[in-house]
Design a protein around this ligand. Sequence first.
Ligand SMILES: CC(C)(COP(=O)(O)OP(=O)(O)OC[C@H]1O[C@@H](n2cnc3c(N)ncnc32)[C@H](O)[C@@H]1OP(=O)(O)O)[C@@H](O)C(=O)NCCC(=O)NCCS
Length: 329
Amino acid sequence: MEKIRAAITAVHAWVPDYVLNNHEIATMVDTNDEWIQSRTGIKERRILKEAGVGTSKIGVESVNGILKKRGIKAEEIDLLICATTTPDYVFPATANVICDMIGAKNAFGYDVSAACSGFLFSLVTGAKFIESGQYKKVVVVGADKMSAIIDYSDRSTCIIFGDGGGAVLLEPNTEGLGIYDSILKSDGNGRHYLHQKAGGSVKPSSHETVDAREHFVYQEGQTVFKFAVKGMADVSAEIMERNHLKADDIAWLAPHQANKRIIEATAHRMGLSMDKVMLNIQKYGNTTNGTLPLCLWEWENQMKKGDNIILAAFGGGFTWGSIYLKWAY
Ligand SMILES: CC(C)(COP(=O)(O)OP(=O)(O)OC[C@H]1O[C@@H](n2cnc3c(N)ncnc32)[C@H](O)[C@@H]1OP(=O)(O)O)[C@@H](O)C(=O)NCCC(=O)NCCS
């Protein structure tokens, strides 16, 4: 019998209505539309403005969408993993909040913290529960309300990030479809270049940390850029090589959307033309854990059963990786 693989059998995503475009950002900090578009590829991003509403909202809307598409009940979910860098609370896990809000009474849930690679890492983790035969329905959410931790007076970070995300359902497949291979990497030394200084146990929140604006994303952009270009391109090329895939064999690359130039460098290294690359950074910016499910959702109707898809990501930590899968529907 063919081995059990974890296949994505539904995808849905959600973004808030409010559009923060480059022109509005230029009224907040010293920048302009031309600079942002040429350096990052971003035209606009979505912002979740509603007070008292956190990342779980993105997860709830996305998971309800996949339940509807697949015609299943929330009670049928065995496990829900939420990849996020902006959890509703420090604890409990946002996954638990989502399970409660959608009525997933039989599921257990937990969060994964791996910055922009969180969805990729969670997809592999969730897949293992399916491949082992232990569970039949695993939901993986990737969602972030980045506006909660962005300093809108810092022009080097506020232009990049946005709010949004999505979710996928993983189910067993014995027809040779689903996840084939993955490469996951991390290097903790990268923490110096991309992190949030305060609010953790090293530097708990205080008046001083708030005054020093330390509850926002801190990034050394150029250093991160260099590591991201190399990291994402390396693992994408490596996963092709070890699965004997040529550029012609690949239907789509779903890359993390951090900077259009990083994506172009990855595609170039893989020998792929940009018309095989999922690119929606212009509309959403970098939604951190949200980018990959947002791509899969937008390209859902263009992917065909059996298509070879490569997912690739790079993020804070540093964390990075790639997945090779065959699309299942
Ligand atoms: C942040 C990023 C867009 C900046 O682009 P860059 O080409 O590296 O720009 P630099 O940081 O070298 O800055 C170049 C100049 O532009 C200026 N600048 C920075 N942000 C600006 C903005 N929004 N508008 C106008 N000028 C800006 C800088 O002050 C600097 O000016 P100087 O030369 O007078 O000092 C880019 O480094 C990047 O995308 N990094 C990776 C981000 C990323 O992927 N993060 C998430 C990882 S998951």
